[in-house]
Write a protein that binds this ligand. Structure first.
Ligand SMILES: *Cc1c(COP(=O)(O)O)cnc(C)c1O
Length: 360
């Protein structure tokens, strides 16, 4: 039976990549050892990371004005790294809040500087909605503006990019990096924990405008120091080498299928199939306003919570796993990241249809 894994993270990876990794698990590049067993400073590993970065630069069209860092500590590591590196002149960090992760960033930031949260969530006609980017009122001066374009738990995505005359725009793209085309030049710093759209956990990608590396920031651990990591080629300490290798393979794979443009087309199609089905059903509902629905994480609710357990266990028997919603919000959630094939979404919809029929 084919199993489709809808886990929000660590999430499924492209099967082709996993097979290749399996093939070369014990013997990487004919060295007779695993990629996990070689020095991160060895020639083959350095060549791999160089190509990895080049590949990501091609996929996202990243210019020379940006440094790409491969860091430790996942998304949450960056909740600390951003204020520690970007705090300037005692100015507050501004945190746009549209869900659970962005609020988490505010709380962490508040340890290091004045963290000014701006809640953009609101309810429109009983649906979760957000204030459009063009209507955000941002303070005149700030150390940075932080926001989360895709709220993984809430299923809320922001498609427009904010701007500010002086403060750098920082985006937590942990759950939607590489899922659709963006213009990197609209951002000053993008970060993404790897375990949703890139590779195994333990790695975090940071794309930072080089001019920001000059900021002194606050006293910080060396492993979270952007300037130091940039100077050291992201090897100030031993990097998560296996995760880095797998990320390189995922980038290669993405390029081979036609890059982010093709990925976006597939992602839009997958999301459309699922939302369309939910919207015409009176058994399931999605509570997010249409204009800010996530292409990656689709939370949905059964009309009767008492059926949740039966839904999850029967789904699992049908090979549709990890559909339980986040414990904070309940309900169900289908995470349909890059690696989820359209067949997985079709199988989910077919199952949902059947389940609704049998339980209406
Ligand atoms: C998963 C996630 C994180 C946290 O990532 P960790 O690697 O567990 O620290 C942060 N932000 C967003 C938007 C996420 O989806």
């Amino acid at each position: 039976m084919t199993v489709y894994n809808f886990c929000a993270g660590p999430a499924m990876l492209p099967p082709d990549v996993m097979k290749k990794a399996q093939q070369e698990f014990l013997d990487w590049q004919g060295l007779g050892v695993s990629v996990m067993e070689v020095s991160h400073r060895s020639k083959p590993f350095l060549a791999m990371v160089k190509e990895c970065e080049a590949s990501l630069r091609r996929l996202m069209n990243i210019s020379d004005e940006y440094e790409v860092l491969f860091m430790h500590g996942g998304g949450r590591g960056q909740f600390a790294a951003v204020p520690l590196n970007l705090s300037e002149d005692g100015l507050p960090g501004v945190y746009i809040e549209n869900g659970i992760w962005s609020k988490g960033a505010t709380s962490e930031g508040a340890k290091y500087l004045e963290a000014q949260g701006i809640d953009i969530r609101n309810d429109v006609d009983g649906k979760f909605s957000i204030t459009p980017v063009s209507e955000w009122t941002l303070p005149e001066a700030a150390s940075f503006i932080h926001y989360c374009p895709n709220e993984t738990i809430d299923g809320i995505e922001i498609f427009d990019v904010p701007s500010h005359p002086t403060a750098p725009i920082v985006a937590d793209m942990s759950s939607n990096i590489l899922s659709r085309e963006i213009n990197v030049n609209d951002f000053d710093l993008i970060y993404a924990g790897a375990q949703k759209n890139i590779g195994p956990s333990g790695l975090c990608i940071v794309i930072i405008k080089k001019t920001l590396l000059a900021r002194k920031g606050l006293v910080k651990p060396s492993i979270l120091d952007y300037a130091l990591e940039a100077q050291q080629g992201s090897m100030y300490n031993t990097p998560p080498t296996f995760a880095w290798y797998l990320a390189a393979e995922v980038f290669k794979y993405l390029e081979s299928i036609g890059g982010v443009k093709e990925m976006e087309a597939r992602n839009r199609e997958k999301a459309q199939i699922l939302y369309d089905y939910i919207d015409q059903s009176d058994f399931y509902s999605n509570k997010v306003a249409v204009h800010c629905r996530s292409l990656m994480n689709v939370p949905f609710w059964l009309k009767d919570d008492a059926l949740n357990e039966a839904f999850l266990s029967q789904a699992e028997q049908a090979g549709l796993v990890a559909l339980e919603g986040h414990r904070i919000v309940g309900g169900m959630r289908a995470s349909i990241y890059n690696a989820m094939p359209i067949e997985g979404v079709q199988a989910l919809v077919a199952f949902m249809e059947q389940f609704a029929k049998e339980n209406s």
